[in-house]
Ligand binder design. Sequence first.
Ligand code: SF4
Length: 426
Amino acid sequence: MSIVEDAKKGIITEEMKVVAAQEGVTEDFIRRGIASGRIVIPVSPYRKVKLCGIGGGLRTKVNCSVGTSTDIVDVDMEVEKVKAGERAGADTIMELSTGGDFVEIRRRCIEATTLSVGSVPLYQAFIEAARKDGAVIHMREDDLFRITEEQAKLGTNFMAIHTGINRITLERLQRQGRHGGLCSRGGAFLTAWMLHNDKENPLYAEFDYLCEILKEHEVTLSTGNGMRAGAVHDATDRAQIQELIINAELGDRAHEMGIQVIVEGPGHVPLDEIETNVKLMKRMSGNKPFYMLGPIVTDIAPGYDDRVSAIGAAMSSMYGADFICYVTPAEHLALPNPEEVYEGVISSRIAAHVGDMIKLNKRDQDLAMGHARRDLDWEAQFNLAINPSRARQIRSERASADTDACTMCGDYCALKIANKVIKKLD
Ligand code: SF4
């Protein structure tokens, strides 16, 4: 029986108990969330992981993606990136390699982490076809399903699967055009394959067969967002919404079959369209956990896209996104290194927290930090910081002669002066 079937029968599993304790909610809240499709706990029968609940009423989670490219295949570096992501506080890892030995890289990345791991099986299917037969358009449909099963058996907890790109979605895309093209590799592979072969997307046409595989191996389905905008000028366009409608319908079907479902979202979205996107996703999908990719809110800041996406992620979380895919400073420029992975996760964690301050009214840590700053209690400030080592390092590098104050104001520390005359609130 799957965790969804357990939940529907009123059974509270060990996983539900662990997540309830982590989140400070009742076990039945988690059970009802899974039964209704509002919450998922990505599990795998092949691997024990640090459990992570994603969905309505829970802390916003952050994913850290790693993976080789065709240009840079350094498995040790990918393992370092997995470790950097986990050290920075990511809740999940996605292994998205497109170069090298897929099975070996995934196996080593999975071994390097205690977190749930996600994948995109179609990358391997298309790239193996390109290696063997010269182009992705030669991908064999059976390989999509075979590789999905093989990756599940490696202990993959969730998979982004591009189910919502069908002939109607492509028609819409071709009719309207795009300012920024397609930025989803999965979306681009499938589009090329479908148009060249004049065939329906096998992941859509044989969705029930796909679900049988996912159910057998308890994989959480993340409905891929292949039509997401790659430029803010394409945000919320017809192709993206068409894909969402299909994914929402398929998400319901998968959940009825006993599969946990996450719905993926865009992409590049200007600030004034974020609320619409979150609410549309939630409304159409029946409040399934919403996985926001980024979003990038302006296209003109390469080198700083971790911060650009943190602005969008904070708003997304505030309006109800449950899961944020981090972005690194190297986005749009190069494959990230471990330091950039670390920075990207920290930026997204800040954004998720900022959203949760509104969405879940989670402000205790901020209140404690306010008191620690007022009291010039530096150890407490470090311990409350999202990245204690960075805060500690900056202070120690530029220490003040006055050990209570810092070198910003030195002898004229406003807090020291004011603390003598202002009543302290607890
Ligand atoms: S010196 Fe200035 S910046 Fe530093 S703790 Fe005091 S008031 Fe704050």
